[in-house]
Design a protein. Structure first.
Length: 166
């Protein structure tokens, strides 16, 4: 079972290292473990997790959406564009709080898939937002760092869900 580091653990603030070809096999099995973890522990069909959140400082994260299940290796953000928007984000490493974060609506990204093939893509929301959130983890950043107004942009998870039900 994987153990996810929780804010303010210092491990979440470290830089992740590029993954080499020779590490591919272990990286793919790590990615699969991370995917099965978020299947069990995340809200229905949505989830994402970076390796540094489980104490492994390598540039890999996984994302799961209703129609997407992907392992992302050595990602780069080529550009961000399309204006910005604020939306609520959650994080397995900040389990009690949701935060409204400003990010660009679109981004162009380059990464390697689990076969080490280079993929270049333009992403739109919600995938672009999740990708940028996970990319931040590899640089030691958390969504908390991007909060503009603590009073209006941070909320307890329980309050967030009870307001949504009303
Ligand atoms: Zn996160």
């Amino acid at each position: 079972m994987l153990k996810v580091l929780q804010f303010p653990d210092k491990g979440l603030r470290k830089l992740s290292a590029t993954i080499e070809d020779s590490e591919l096999e272990s990286v793919v099995s790590l990615g699969r473990n991370m995917l099965s973890y978020i299947k069990k522990n995340c809200h229905k069909t949505f989830g994402s997790l970076a390796a540094c959140q489980i104490g492994i400082l390598k540039k890999i994260f996984v994302i799961r959406l209703p129609e997407i299940e992907t392992i992302v290796v050595n990602p780069e953000i080529v550009s961000e564009y399309g204006g910005t928007t604020k939306s609520w984000e959650m994080c397995l490493s900040v389990p009690d709080v949701v935060g409204r974060v400003r990010r660009h609506k679109k981004c162009e990204v380059e990464y390697q898939n689990e076969k080490f093939e280079t993929i270049k893509k333009e992403l739109t929301q919600p995938l672009s937002r999740i990708f940028l959130h996970e990319y931040d983890h590899l640089e030691g950043k958390l969504f908390l760092d991007r909060i503009e107004h603590k009073q209006s942009d941070l909320m307890q998870v329980n309050d967030y869900f009870s307001r949504r039900k009303k």
